[in-house]
Design a protein around this ligand. Structure first.
Ligand code: PRP
Ligand code: URA
Length: 212
């Protein structure tokens, strides 16, 4: 796994294999959804390695001991609608007791600027580790705005997970929010004239929800 300051890139063959399957235009909605969920779980396993634990008393068949368990209520997952929703269950499979907030942003097709239409976050958010999920980090506008919104609500310990990133988007998110941890499944080549990631996988929201 490659790591530069506050940015982690994944090179695990299983993860890269699943990302390649996602890219395939022949991959249908059902399989696409399952893959997004599996990839989110594999990325989440690494991204959550610093989750706080607390020692609890457990009685084994042999004796009673103090042993660490995840302090699950300290985690909040925040998908950026719509496509981020596809990643939520993958993280919940790891931490079922996590709270889930939602941020609604859509990109203007002409300007590619994000527009906010929804924000509901678990309160209080300041004590929680917050994992923002969105499969695509293209210009970085949506990701950066989402993190700003969370910070405005008091969020402090923020991680951002994207399955595919363009260099432009990663740079923007990192520049705007150098304090957050960013996790990228694969760094792609560039953006095209419509601000789509190349080679990318197309429109993630449409592919997850079967819309066009
Ligand atoms: C997509 C994607 C990201 C955003 C990335 O969402 O899920 O949220 O674009 O682009 P950016 O980095 O240039 O901001 P979109 O706005 O298409 O909405 P949708 O998920 O509802 O389809
Ligand atoms: N949003 C997507 O869903 N895909 C892209 O390539 C860029 C933005």
């Amino acid at each position: 796994m490659e790591h530069i300051e506050n940015v982690t890139f994944f090179d695990h063959p299983l993860l890269q294999h699943k990302i390649s399957m996602l890219r395939d235009e022949q991959t249908g909605t059902n399989e696409f959804r399952k893959l997004v969920e599996e990839i989110a779980m594999l990325m989440g396993y690494e991204a959550l390695r610093d989750l706080p634990t607390e020692d609890v008393e457990i009685k084994t068949p042999i004796e009673t001991c103090m042993t660490p368990m995840i302090a699950g209520k300290k985690l909040a997952i925040v998908p950026i609608l719509r496509a981020g929703l596809g990643m939520v269950n993958g993280i919940l499979a790891l931490v079922p007791s996590a709270k889930v907030g939602h941020i609604g942003l859509y990109r203007d097709p002409e300007t590619h600027e994000p527009h906010e239409y929804y924000c509901k976050l678990p309160e209080p958010i300041d004590q929680r580790t917050i994992v923002v999920v969105d499969p695509m980090l293209a210009t970085g506008g949506s990701g950066s705005d989402a993190v700003s919104m969370i910070k405005q609500h008091g969020g402090q310990h923020i991680k951002f997970m994207s399955i595919i990133a363009a260099p432009e988007g990663l740079q923007r998110l990192h520049n705007d929010h150098p304090d957050i941890q960013i996790y990228v499944g694969h760094l792609d080549r560039c953006l095209n004239d419509h601000a789509y990631i190349c080679p990318g996988l197309g429109d993630a929201g449409d592919r997850i929800f079967g819309t066009k």
